[in-house]
Write a protein that binds this ligand. Structure first.
Ligand SMILES: [Zn+2]
Length: 177
């Protein structure tokens, strides 16, 4: 991110006019992770978000910071222009977002990946709290995450292959326009 003459950073915008998720300033309630096509350090290129999704993220970030001092990890949202970048053809509208489960420690960044089966580091209680914040948001349509205990605790969370180490949140389609 480059600084302008005023020192105010210019937030990257894609061809749709969607802004990149702010890359986790120090005081944010989240950190960013991920990469595009396996290339390290390219996660930001998959974090162009519809303004409605940014609104949801910033609301939940504030709620989260009030109940927990750990940051939650945000990965894929969408790439420039909404072109497909995975075989599932999701994450094209800027209203889908992948987040990591919460860890018991404060580790952030690429190495902070964990699955719901990693009992030593996975914080199930905190993850339930975080996923509940998303699910309670009136704009959220669905959440995928494979921990059966989370599904029991938060109605509407469903299983989907590949969702052991992150949960997928999607807004209602009308929030993509
Ligand atoms: Zn996803």
């Amino acid at each position: 991110m480059s600084g302008g003459a005023t020192g105010v950073p210019i937030q990257p915008k894609d061809s749709r006019g969607y802004f990149m998720l702010p890359q986790a300033p120090e005081d944010a309630g989240y950190y960013v992770y991920g990469n595009l096509h396996g290339v390290p350090g390219t996660g930001d290129q998959a974090q162009y978000a519809h303004p409605n999704l940014l609104t949801v993220v910033f609301q939940i970030e504030r709620q989260w910071q009030a109940i927990c001092d750990r940051k939650f990890g945000i990965g894929n949202i969408s790439i420039d222009g909404g072109k497909t970048f995975d075989k599932h053809k999701t994450h094209q509208r800027g209203i889908e977002i992948d987040c990591r489960p919460v860890r018991k420690d404060h580790l952030t960044g690429q190495a902070a990946r964990c699955t719901y089966l990693d009992k030593a580091v996975y914080d199930q209680t905190a993850t339930i709290q975080l996923i509940a914040l998303f699910m309670q948001h009136p704009w959220v349509r669905l959440i995928y995450f494979n921990d059966p205990e989370v599904q029991k605790a938060v109605g509407g969370v469903r299983s989907c292959i590949g969702h052991n180490d992150h949960f997928h949140v999607e807004l209602l389609g009308r929030f993509a326009s």
